[in-house]
Ligand binder design. Structure first.
Ligand code: AMP
Ligand code: MG
Length: 681
C-alpha cells in the first residue's frame, strides 16, 4: 500500500464557469469515485481542506496530484525573490495574486514580472481585450528572456506547454499563477501533515505532487468531458501501482523547478558490481591494461541540467551544441573604410560617396547605387549594393568622392555571413569540458543555455589510527593526515564537487558505517590507507565483504595494490596510504576514471620528450613514475624515490614516466615528462 487515498485535480486559471459542468473548469476525482465538477477555484480549495481534514482524522494518508508546474524554469525564483527556493516563489504569488470567482489580476502580475527583466519577457499572451504594459500578445514579440523556455522535465514531456504562456488553448501559465497561492495556503494550513514532492521529504500523511493527466489517461469515452475522464483515470492508475514502482517514480532530484510525477528522470544506471573485476593471480597487471579496463567498464553516473552559458566554464557538456544562428549573421566589414560593389581594376578610381554611413549596430538601410561608395566602419553590416571595402588608409577623401588605387577583388575586406559558423552546425560535442573560449563561441552562435552534467560528488576519506588533523596537536606516535587535504584539492581542481568525509579509524564497523553514509551523498569515494591485504587493511576487507572487491596488483612504482569496489552502487577507489603513492595513483587512475564517471572524455595525459638530467637503470616488468621538474630545459628527478616523502610532490612540477621495459637511461637521453597540468592540475 502506498497511500490510502488518491485524489487528482485538473486545474483552471480562468474565472467562474457557471453551474453546468463544462470543460476548462476545475475537475477533481478521488480514486474509485466519480469526478466532481467545480465551477471555480474557491470551491475546490474548500473541498480539498474538508477532504484532507477528514482523511487525517481517519488516519488515512493522501496523495494529491495537481496538473500544473510547482516551479518555474531555473533562475526565475531567484530573480524574483532572491532565493532559488521554490516556496519563496509560492509565498510571493500568494502575496501578489488577488483572486475572486469573477476576476483576478494574473495578466497584470505577468506584466509586472516581465518589467523586472531587461527587455520584454519571459511571460506572454494576454487573454484580455485591454492592453497590459510589458505583456506582449505574441511569444515572438518578446525581446528578452533570461530564463530557459522550458523546465528540464518538459524536455521529456512532449506536447506540454511552457509556464510563460499565459493564455491560449492548453496554456498553463495562468494555471500556475492561480494555483500556487492555493497550494501555499494548503501547505500553511496543514503545516505538520503535508509535504510537497519533490521539494520535501514525503514522510508526512499528505503528499502533493505535480501530475500530467495526459500521460496516464487514454482518450475519454464518448460523451465524457476529457478533464473529468483524465482525473478519474489518473487517480485509478496511480492507486493501482505496486509500492516498488511507486517508489521508483518518487525518486527524483529537482530541487528548484520541480518535476512531473511519473516522468522518468534520465539518471544514468548505477555501475555494475563487477565493474572492477579483473583476472586475479600471481600476475601483476600492466598499467596500460589497468587503464584500458577502467576505460571500458566505467560510464557516466551523473544527471544533467540546463544552465546559463555564463556559468558554464569548466562544466561538462551533456549533449552536442549546435549553432542557433549564422556567425556572422550578415556580411559585414572587417575594416574601417568605404564600401562599394567590387571588383575594381588596376588604376586610380574616383567614386562618388552617398550621404550617410554604415556603422556596427547602426546599419545603412537604403541600397547603395551602382558606381557609388559609402563610409563604413568595422563590424557594420554591408549595405545592399556593396560587397567590397577599401581600407580608409588607402583612400583620399575629396569632398563628396573618394580616390584610391585598384585592383580590389570583390569581397575584399568583407566578412561573409556564416563564414565562422552556420545555423544548425555542431560547434561543440558532448563530453567536452567547456573552456572560456567555448563560452565566447556559444554566445556568438546565439546560445544562452547549455545542458551540462551535474557535478560529480567525490567523497574523500582518510583511514588510519595514526592520523592527526592538520593544525591540531599530535602525539609523537601520530602523523598528520596529508592525503585528505591533498586529494580534496585535487578532486576540486578536476572540477568535481568534493565531500570531505573526514578521517576514519582502523575499525571495520566504524568504516562500514562511514561508507554506508557516504554512499548516500557521493557518486564516487576516494579513500587512502588500509588498501592492501594486511591485518589492518580494513578498506580492502570491507570491499571484500560486498563481493565487489578487486584488489588490483598493478605493475607500477610507486603503488601498492589498489582496492577497487562498489559500495551500495557507488564506486570506491581505495588508494594506498603513502602520500606519494596515493597522489600518483590518483593522477594516473582516478583522473581519467573520474572524468568518465562525471560524463567527460577519457583523457590520456600529454607527455613531452625531454632530455634527462639524471642516469638510472630499471628492470623490466613495471612502469615507474618519478617526481621531476624542468630545469634549464632538462628533466631533473627528485633526490629520493622514497614514497613517504611528500615534500617531493611539492618540489616537482610533474612526473617522469619510465615504460614497462628494462631501461638504462643516461644523461641527455629523452624521457617522457608529464607536467601536473597534463593530469588536470
Ligand atoms: P597503509 O596503506 O594504511 O598501510 O598506510 C601506508 C603508509 O601511509 C603508512 O606509513 C601510513 O601511516 C601512511 N599514511 C596512511 N594514510 C595517510 C595519510 N592520510 N596521510 C599521511 N600518511 C598516511
Ligand atoms: Mg593504515
Amino acid at each position: 500500500m502506498t497511500y490510502d487515498t488518491f485524489v487528482m485535480v485538473d486545474w483552471s486559471g480562468g474565472n467562474d464557469r457557471g453551474p453546468a459542468p463544462t470543460k476548462d473548469a476545475v475537475w477533481a476525482c478521488v480514486a474509485g469515485q466519480n469526478p466532481i465538477y467545480f465551477r471555480n477555484r474557491q470551491l475546490v480549495e474548500d473541498w480539498l481542506i474538508d477532504l484532507f481534514t477528514t482523511e487525517l482524522a481517519a488516519k488515512r494518508s493522501v496523495f494529491a496530484g495537481f496538473d500544473f508546474p510547482f516551479g518555474y524554469p531555473a533562475g526565475f525564483a531567484k530573480s524574483v525573490t532572491g532565493s532559488a527556493d521554490p516556496f519563496a516563489l509560492w509565498t510571493w504569488f500568494a502575496n501578489h495574486i488577488t483572486d475572486t470567482p469573477k476576476t483576478n489580476n494574473r495578466f497584470d502580475i505577468a506584466g509586472d514580472l516581465n518589467a523586472l527583466s531587461d527587455g520584454i519577457g519571459p511571460f506572454w499572451a494576454n487573454g484580455l481585450s485591454r492592453d497590459i504594459p510589458n505583456l506582449p500578445r505574441k511569444g515572438r514579440d518578446r525581446s528578452s528572456s533570461p530564463f530557459p523556455e522550458r523546465r528540464q522535465v518538459e524536455a521529456s514531456a512532449k506536447g506540454s506547454f511552457t509556464c510563460w504562456q499565459m493564455a491560449g488553448a492548453g496554456a498553463v501559465g495562468s494555471q500556475v499563477m492561480m494555483g500556487l497561492p492555493v497550494l501555499h495556503r494548503l501547505r500553511a494550513k496543514f503545516a505538520n501533515d503535508l509535504r510537497v514532492w519533490p521539494f520535501e521529504d514525503t514522510s508526512a500523511a499528505i503528499t502533493i505532487a505535480e501530475i500530467w493527466p495526459t500521460q496516464f489517461a487514454g482518450p475519454a469515452p464518448d460523451g465524457m468531458i476529457k478533464d473529468a475522464h483524465q482525473v478519474q483515470a489518473t487517480a485509478a492508475y496511480l492507486a493501482s501501482l505496486p509500492p516498488t514502482d511507486f517508489a521508483n517514480l518518487m525518486n527524483v532530484d529537482a530541487p528548484e523547478e520541480g518535476w512531473i510525477f511519473g516522468v522518468p528522470q534520465s539518471k544514468p544506471p548505477a555501475l555494475r558490481n563487477d565493474c572492477f573485476a579483473m583476472p586475479q593471480g600471481a600476475y601483476w597487471t600492466p598499467v596500460a591494461e589497468a587503464l584500458a579496463h577502467l576505460q571500458e567498464n566505467l560510464s557516466p553516473v551523473t544527471g544533467q541540467k540546463e544552465i546559463k552559458i555564463t556559468r558554464a566554464a569548466g562544466r561538462i557538456l551533456a549533449a552536442d551544441v549546435t549553432a542557433k544562428r549564422d556567425h556572422p549573421p550578415t556580411p559585414n566589414s572587417a575594416v574601417d573604410g568605404y564600401a562599394f560593389a567590387g571588383p575594381v581594376d588596376q588604376g586610380v578610381h574616383a567614386v562618388p560617396l552617398v550621404d550617410g554611413r554604415a556603422a556596427a549596430g547602426a546599419p545603412y538601410a537604403a541600397p547603395v547605387p551602382n558606381g557609388h561608395a559609402i563610409r563604413i566602419l568595422t563590424g557594420a553590416a554591408m549595405p545592399r549594393g556593396t560587397d567590397t571595402v577599401v581600407l580608409q588608409e588607402d583612400v583620399t577623401v575629396d569632398g563628396t568622392k573618394i580616390l584610391f588605387h585598384g585592383p580590389l577583388k570583390s569581397g575584399a575586406n568583407a566578412r561573409k555571413a556564416g563564414e565562422d559558423m552556420t545555423t544548425g552546425q555542431v560547434i561543440l560535442t558532448s563530453r567536452r569540458t567547456l573552456t572560456a573560449a567555448d563560452l565566447g563561441t556559444m554566445a556568438a552562435a546565439g546560445i544562452g543555455h547549455v545542458t551540462v552534467r551535474r557535478k560529480l560528488r567525490v567523497g574523500v576519506l582518510s583511514t588510519g589510527d595514526e592520523l592527526a588533523q592538520a593544525g591540531h596537536t599530535a602525539r609523537i606516535d601520530q602523523i598528520y593526515d596529508a592525503n585528505r587535504p591533498m586529494l580534496c584539492a585535487v578532486a576540486r581542481q578536476w572540477g568535481h564537487k568534493v565531500i570531505d568525509l573526514g578521517c576514519g579509524p582502523d575499525n571495520r564497523d566504524r568504516l562500514r558505517a562511514i561508507l554506508t553514509d557516504a554512499a548516500k551523498k557521493c557518486d564516487v569515494i576516494l579513500t587512502s590507507g588500509g588498501a592492501s591485504a594486511g591485518d589492518e587493511d580494513h578498506m580492502s576487507a570491507l570491499l571484500q565483504d560486498t563481493g565487489s572487491l578487486a584488489l588490483w596488483r598493478v605493475a607500477m612504482k610507486p603503488g601498492r595494490p589498489l582496492a577497487l569496489g562498489v559500495w551500495d552502487g557507488v564506486p570506491v577507489f581505495g588508494l594506498p596510504g603513502n602520500p606519494v603513492a596515493a597522489m600518483v595513483c590518483a593522477l594516473v587512475f582516478a583522473h581519467p576514471a573520474l572524468s568518465v564517471l562525471a560524463g567527460g572524455d577519457w583523457s590520456d595525459p600529454i607527455g613531452y620528450p625531454m632530455p634527462a638530467a639524471f642516469s638510472k637503470t630499471k628492470k623490466a616488468g613495471r612502469r615507474e613514475y618519478m617526481r621531476a621538474r624542468i630545469e634549464d630545459g632538462q628533466v631533473v628527478a627528485f633526490g629520493s624515490e622514497g614514497s613517504g616523502r611528500v615534500s617531493g610532490l611539492s618540489w616537482a612540477g610533474g612526473l617522469v614516466e619510465l615504460g614497462d621495459d628494462a631501461q638504462s637511461i643516461n644523461h641527455g637521453d629523452l624521457v617522457r615528462y608529464i607536467p601536473y597540468e597534463s593530469f588536470g592540475l
